[in-house]
Design a protein. Structure first.
Length: 181
């Protein structure tokens, strides 16, 4: 059941990414790197949501890996390498955060921390891949801050809200998120 949920969330993310790419490109033409930074958290939410629901070590590794593969099959505006590099960055940080908290703390603070913490490592890698280093230092720093806030809100907050709503619906009775304890 865990793998099926991970695969479903990864597939949903791949489909969402197909539709987010043109939105991201439109934001770039309207407001450059700062505007595109506002939706960063949406790209990461599926793996954190899987972790929040399943609550087992390795969930991020499997979910983000499946997501990268599915996204590469669906096509990406940013290149195949970006799918796998982003997934690797997200999984390392998510696994580290939940390891630090011994897979016991699933509250708001940890989810917001995870959502925000997944951003900087990918931002550094993406800066090398996509030429962000040509931006001025001020734009780089503002973009990093906006992306981190997006990670906190659109990944961390959305994960908690979606996960809790799905748990209340009864759809997740077989998963750890629904176990009271």
């Amino acid at each position: 059941m865990d793998i099926v949920l991970m695969a479903m969330l990864a597939a949903a993310n791949a489909v969402m990414t197909v539709y987010l790419s043109p939105v991201n490109q439109a934001l770039n033409s309207i407001g450059g790197p700062i505007a595109t930074s506002t939706i960063t958290g949406l790209y990461m939410v599926y793996g954190l949501l899987a972790y929040y629901i399943i609550r087992k070590p390795g969930t991020a590794v499997i979910t983000y890996s499946i997501g990268a593969v599915v996204q590469s099959f669906m096509g990406t505006a940013y290149g195949l390498l970006s799918c796998f590099a982003a997934a690797a960055c997200y999984m390392v940080i998510a696994e580290l955060i939940f390891f630090i908290f011994k897979y016991r703390n699933w509250g708001w603070s940890v989810l917001l921390l995870a959502g925000g913490a997944m951003v900087p490592i990918w931002f550094f890698v993406a800066a090398q891949m996509f030429g962000y280093m040509n931006w001025s230092l001020n734009i780089l720093l503002i973009a990093l801050v906006v992306r981190t806030i997006s990670g906190i809100i659109l990944c961390g907050v959305l994960t908690k809200l979606l996960g809790d709503a799905l748990a209340r619906s009864g759809l997740l009775r077989r998963f750890a998120v629904s176990v009271k304890g």
